[in-house]
Design a protein around this ligand. Structure first.
Ligand SMILES: NC(=O)c1ccc[n+]([C@@H]2O[C@H](COP(=O)([O-])OP(=O)(O)OC[C@H]3O[C@@H](n4cnc5c(N)ncnc54)[C@H](O)[C@@H]3O)[C@@H](O)[C@H]2O)c1
Length: 297
């Protein structure tokens, strides 16, 4: 889709981060937007940002939990009715979980798969008939750099994002074969400056193995956030305009992709070596922290 002017885009997880920036930039490009999120405060903020940035476009907002199949299908039908068509669905809503596989509760596992994978499935299946009916459509599904390589403590997140990648790559090929005017792109962001770490769940199982505690784990996670959400949205929209199959967002995503291609299995030992080095550093820091505190006092 070369031009977003006068198209209609639906965006999940539009109340924060990349979803909010996608909404604003699409609206500035003349695209009407249907926003959804389960966080009403963030959603209202995005709606007002969109209306301020692009008063001429039609914008609507709905409270939708993407893990709720019936709610997503009802929202898709409402968007098609209210906006008279839908051209794009950005299945962007997502959450993060740090936990070892061993220490992972089934509750946490079902929570993250329900949002990150089933949310994408619901959004794709609910909107596809409307995209086809529009004659020119695009499905944009957000995976992650963790859909390209795996890391200890990210098993559930990895599983959800690898699943999004497999699902969307198969979908793209089917749509190509169907010649139906609809295409699909998988998005793999690297570390992007958003609220995802602050909203994440951290299981105690990673304490002492990968991080000191939940707070230090979130801070460590955020150190890898090197690209702004605004820049990420620009890269994603350029990728959709170019009808790319895969969009890598940020230099870290490009590096991770190269690593996974060059060392498809061996990269794991490099990751483990780095995790061991960090753990050693953590033990040293923890052992010296009281002494440093004493000096200050
Ligand atoms: N920030 C990163 O470094 C990064 C890296 C790779 C991939 N991603 C992915 O990018 C996407 C966007 O995340 P972000 O970084 O902008 O984070 P964010 O936390 O700023 O935004 C995510 C949004 O999703 C919403 N959401 C969460 N659960 C939901 C649910 N059940 N139903 C509806 N909405 C829900 C949140 O309320 C929030 O507004 C996610 O899929 C995330 O996994 C992020």
């Amino acid at each position: 889709m070369k031009d977003f002017r006068d198209k209609v885009a639906a965006i999940t997880g539009a109340g924060s981060g990349m979803g909010r920036c996608l909404a604003i930039q699409l609206a500035q490009a003349g695209c009407h937007v249907a926003l959804s999120d389960c966080n009403d405060v963030g959603l209202v903020q995005t709606l007002s940002d969109v209306q301020r940035a692009a008063p001429g476009v039609r914008s609507t907002a709905a409270h939708v939990d993407v893990s709720d199949r019936a709610a997503v299908h009802a929202w898709a039908d409402a968007v098609a009715r209210d906006h008279h068509r839908v051209n794009l669905i950005f299945n962007n809503a997502g959450v993060a979980l740090s936990s070892t596989v061993d220490g992972m509760s089934y509750d946490d596992l079902e929570w993250i798969i329900g949002i990150n994978f089933w949310g994408v499935v619901h959004g794709t299946k609910a909107f596809l008939p409307h995209l086809k009916a529009s004659g020119e459509g695009h499905v944009v599904n957000t995976s992650s750099v963790f859909g390209l390589f795996a890391q200890p403590g990210m098993g559930a997140y990895n599983a959800s994002k690898y699943a999004v990648r497999g699902f969307t790559e198969a979908l793209r090929q089917e749509l190509d074969l169907m010649d139906c005017g609809v295409s699909a792109t998988t998005v793999h962001p690297g570390g992007i400056k958003t609220n995802i770490a602050r909203a994440s769940r951290v299981s105690p199982s990673v304490n002492g193995l990968l991080v000191r505690d939940a707070q230090q784990g979130r801070e460590e996670f955020e150190k890898f956030f090197i690209t702004s959400a605004d820049k990420a949205a620009r890269v994603i929209l350029d990728g959709v305009r170019a009808n790319k199959r895969r969009v890598l967002v940020g230099p870290d995503a490009v590096a991770a992709d190269a690593m996974a291609r060059l060392l498809p299995a061996a990269y794991q030992s490099l990751v483990v070596r780095e995790a061991r080095r960090k753990r050693k550093q953590l033990v040293t820091d923890t052992a010296t922290a009281p002494a440093r505190g004493g000096e200050r006092a």
